[in-house]
Structures are given as C-alpha cells and as structure tokens.
Design a protein around this ligand. Structure first.
Ligand SMILES: [Zn+2]
Length: 371
C-alpha cells in the first residue's frame, strides 16, 4: 500500500470511529422510522470465493455472521414482505426496520447463508429468476464473467489450456470488451467487472452471440458443485422456515431493453411460474441489475406485486415509491478497517447517509449498486 493510500485508510478508520463514538452514525438516530434493506449475493467459503470471478459479490459465512451480529443489535431484521407489514402497521415501534435480501437464487444461499441466518434468528428474502426452475445454466452475467476471467488470466480457471489455433479468436473476443467512454472512469473495477459493464450496453442478442462464440473458443471448464441454483424443494424449505422467495424476473434480463411482451413474461410471467412451483404467493420483485424504467415499474405494479427493490444506495421513507425501494449493497471489503477486520463503525457510517460518494453513481457488476 502506498503512503497516500495508507494515510487515506487511517483517516477513514479514524473518521468512522469518531462518528461512531459521537453517536452521529447510530442506526437509531439516522434510520429510525425508515425502512433499510441490505443486499447480499453469494455466500461462499474463502476457497470458493477465490474461484469466483466476481469476488466483490461474495461474502464468506463468517463475514455474513459479522454483518448480522451488527444488524440484529441495531435493527428488527426481517424478510422484505414481513418488514413491509410491520412498516405499514407502526413505523415508530421498536428498533428501526431492516430487510435482508439475497439476489440471484444461488445454491450457496441455501447451503452457506441459511445456517448463519438461523443462528442469528433472522429471516430474509431470496430473489430468484424463474428461469432457474427449469434451466440451471449460469446466469448471463456469471457466464460472461467466467469467460472474461479466463480470457484475461487463463491461469485463473480450473480449465484445460487453450488450443493454440483458437488464440487469435480469443484475442478478438477480448478486444470487443475493452472499456471505453464512461466505463473507463469506474475506478476500482477489476478487469472482469469493467468488461461486464461494457456488455451491459449491448443488446441481449449481442451478448448471446458473444457468449456462444466464447463457448466455442474456450476450453471446457468444470463447474464446481457449489456453483448452481437452489432447487424447488430448497426454496419451499426456505418458505416453510419463514423466509420469502421473491421474483428476480424470469431470465435476469435488463428490463429497459425488453419489449412490452418480453416485460410481461419477465415480470408477470415469473410471478406465476414461481407461485405455481412453490405453492406460495410471490409478492415482491427485484429489478435485475437495478435497471428500471417507467414501463417496467408500471408492469410490476400491474402484475400485483406490493413492492420492488432497486440497487440505488440508500434507505426509504414511507412516502417514497414502494416500487423503487433503495438498498444498501453489502461488500465485505467496504465493511473492513485497514487491517481487514470487520468494522461496525465503518458499516454504520456507510449506511448513515453521511458517507461521501455514496450517491448511486458507481455500480457493482451484477446489481449496479455503488461500490
Ligand atoms: Zn441479480
């Protein structure tokens, strides 16, 4: 770490501690009567995270536990559906309300997050793209991230070496992903994250064509056993234990790129499919990548959902639009002090609304939240 970076980290830790000691960032002072929602994606053990091309989207079970220990001391932690019920009934009773959400329906949520949630005595919402009920291939952003990770660093995957005759084509695939324009300015993004941002500007068919070509070029990679989705039985088990399954669209499509018919299939269609599979109502929606527009928000309302979450950083007042609820994306590194230890002061500061730079301008690779 350079001297300047070390000084910045020290200043950040000191500032967080002082704000915490002063009580200025205390959740009760900053977030009372508001609805806060935190977002997690993957919950992976450290060796698993090292094999995952988007490590910023993963926390370890220990990191999740540290977050929950802090959150349960300062908030009533619930699934979004239950938190909305309480928020409706009485916004002044008890600790501030906080909903815990997990995006993408990954198997690790069931295997690694559920035990941690249970020993902390909290329930959560799990947002599942309904496509995974019938097709367990990786979601497009994960498939692209794995391919880009291999192209940028072939030693990163657990795969066979590239056939020399395919090298030129592999180079062409990578060249098409070079960040330009505003994406170049997303400081702190890894090469994989920056490339993924580029592909989000493409049409769905462009992404599909790139992936198809990559599949033909790259050597076969063995998908690790932990890298899959929850099955229907596991989702039903979550519901039986008091957790919520919500819709994360059908195919994790970027909704503003969809036609009206496609939007119906993604929004109303995913609700029907999940409800039929689970035999339980699906009442809240999560916009993939946080991408919304007036058409998609109108369809979410028409489809009968009671609320929907975005990836805009922040908490919510009752008077805010319930179809555009803001969330706090949890990134393990952003809740650590300069020694790499979990820092309650730092997390409280980030959630307090007093932290500079958390304006929603920066986006994370899956969900578009400020980094
Ligand atoms: Zn997602």
């Amino acid at each position: 770490m350079s001297t300047a970076a070390a000084f910045k980290a020290l200043a950040r830790d000191t500032c967080g501690q002082l704000l915490s000691l002063s009580g200025l960032t205390a959740p009760a002072a900053r977030l009372g009567q508001r609805l806060s929602i935190v977002t997690f994606h993957r919950v992976l053990t450290e060796p698993q995270r090292q094999r995952y091309p988007l490590p910023g989207l993963a926390v370890t079970p220990d990191e999740l536990d540290a977050h929950l220990k802090f959150l349960t001391r300062h908030f009533q932690c619930l699934s979004l559906n239950t938190a909305l019920d309480r928020w409706e009934q009485d916004r002044t009773a008890g600790l501030p309300l906080l909903a815990i959400t997990f995006d993408d329906g990954q198997l690790d949520n069931y295997q690694n997050a559920l035990p941690v949630l249970e020993w902390n005595g909290v329930t959560a919402s799990f947002y599942v793209p309904s496509l995974v009920l019938e097709n367990t291939a990786p979601l497009w952003h994960d498939a692209m991230a794995a391919a880009v990770a291999w192209l940028t660093d072939p030693s990163s995957g657990q795969s066979m070496p590239l056939d020399p005759s395919r090298r030129a084509e592999a180079g062409e695939l990578l060249a098409g992903l070079q960040p330009g324009g505003e994406h170049q300015r997303l400081a702190g993004h890894t090469a994989v994250e920056a490339a993924l941002e580029v592909t989000k500007q493409w049409s769905p068919s462009q992404r599909e064509a790139w992936l198809l070509r990559a599949e033909g070029v790259l050597p076969r990679t063995v998908r690790p056993g932990w890298d899959g989705f929850m099955n229907v039985q596991q989702m039903k088990d979550l519901v039986a234990r008091g957790h919520e399954i919500g819709s994360h669209s059908h195919s994790h499509a970027l909704l503003p790129q969809c036609t009206d018919d496609e939007l119906r299939a993604e929004i109303a269609g995913s609700k029907q499919r999940l409800e039929a599979a689970l035999g339980a109502p699906v009442t809240t929606f999560c916009y993939p990548n946080g991408s919304t527009d007036p058409r998609s928000m109108a369809q979410v309302r028409e489809a009968g959902y009671r609320a929907a979450v975005t990836t805009q950083w922040g908490s919510n007042a009752w008077a805010d639009d319930h179809y555009r609820l803001q969330r706090f994306n949890m990134n393990a590194k952003h809740a650590q002090d300069r020694q790499g230890r979990f820092s309650e002061a730092r997390l409280a500061w980030r959630m307090s609304g007093l932290h500079p730079g958390l304006t929603g301008a920066r986006r994370d690779p899956c969900s578009g939240t400020p980094a």
